[in-house]
Design a protein around this ligand. Structure first.
Ligand code: ATP
Ligand code: MG
Length: 299
């Protein structure tokens, strides 16, 4: 599968977990994950690209849709997104087919990206006057014919029309929470928006996954915040949390995920483990997968 040095190294990381042979169950239907938190800098993009790469390295077919005008997910995946590149802007505003903007991610087989360009900054306003302004991304995804196991939508740090488009298109909301003092502030508003979209536009939408990021186990604050989040949400919180790691933060400047940049690092292994947990949980109605997760969870 991987004939590049980076691809081979990443494959070694998957094997380092000792579970590569087992593979991961592939969902029956495409799981569309909305990665959202209107708080900035909590790890949305980092989580999007590294979970997506982890699942692709396990053989899944994965598409990342970069819905943030900053284009950070496109950068981190090494995908070209200068102003002339066909992008998510064209899909949302010009109704260009998604297939015409999707690019393969270098070095990770099975991983694809619909890039964001700076035009997307204007889309929030331009969408207001367009028909079906909340469901343009959903239409584009429904018309996309390539088979996919997962779609991750990396949202901007706001609750505007771009994020609403993601929530209308998705089934599951994945909320990364940074383990710091103000972690839970603003979360009520995010959950309220999820309820509104579920009530009016997309009855399937639910918060399925919460991931603790930038966790520093040496500080009492981080473990207090983690306890509080687990107390609040319980079952949705992945048992794996992502440690603060220099390697994770360095990878994007090389246009790489941490999986290919430093496959054996703690950051890489924790994202692989979080991806595994997410895949084994499956959709909530897959009760068996849930059961298996508990039995097989001892490490
Ligand atoms: P925005 O709201 O601007 O889109 P975001 O929620 O997408 O931000 P990221 O860009 O993923 O957040 O992360 C914010 C910063 O924190 C980045 O510089 C990133 O490299 C760094 N970072 C994310 N996760 C970790 C981690 N586990 N360890 C160390 N640094 C991290
Ligand atoms: Mg981001």
């Amino acid at each position: 599968m991987d004939d590049t040095p980076i691809g081979r190294a990443a494959q070694l990381a998957v094997e380092a977990l000792g579970r590569a042979g087992q593979g991961l169950p592939r969902p029956e239907q495409t799981r569309v994950m909305v990665v959202a938190n209107q708080k900035g800098g909590v790890g949305k993009t980092t989580t999007t690209v590294n979970l997506a790469a982890s699942l692709a390295l396990h053989g899944a077919r994965v598409l990342v849709i970069d819905l943030d005008p900053q284009g950070n997910a496109s950068t981190a995946l090494g995908v070209d997104h200068h102003a002339e590149v066909p992008s998510v802007y064209d899909v949302l505003v010009e109704a260009k087919p998604l297939a015409e903007v999707v690019q393969p991610v270098p070095d990770v087989e099975g991983l694809f990206c619909a890039p964001a360009t700076i035009d997307l900054a204007g889309a929030e306003i331009e969408l207001v006057s367009l028909v079906a302004r909340e469901s343009r991304l959903k239409r584009a995804i429904d018309a996309y014919e390539q088979p996919l196991d997962y779609i991750f939508i990396d949202c901007p740090p706001s609750l505007g029309l771009l994020t609403v488009n993601a929530m209308v298109a998705g089934n599951e909301v994945l909320i990364p929470i940074q383990c710091e003092y103000y972690a839970l502030e603003g979360l009520g508003q995010l959950l309220h928006n999820v309820d509104l979209v579920r009530g009016h536009l997309n009855p399937r939408l639910h918060v399925s996954t919460i991931l603790l990021t930038m966790y520093d186990g040496r500080t009492r604050l981080a473990s207090q915040v983690a306890d509080e989040v687990r107390g609040h949400f319980g079952a949705e919180v992945l048992r794996t949390s992502i440690p603060r790691s220099v390697r994770i933060s360095e990878a994007p400047s090389y246009g790489q995920t941490v999986l290919t940049y430093d496959p054996g690092s703690s950051g890489s292994l924790s994202y692989l483990e979080a991806a595994r947990e997410m895949a084994l949980r499956g959709m909530p109605r897959q009760g068996e997968a849930h059961h298996e997760r508990h039995d097989g969870g001892a490490q």
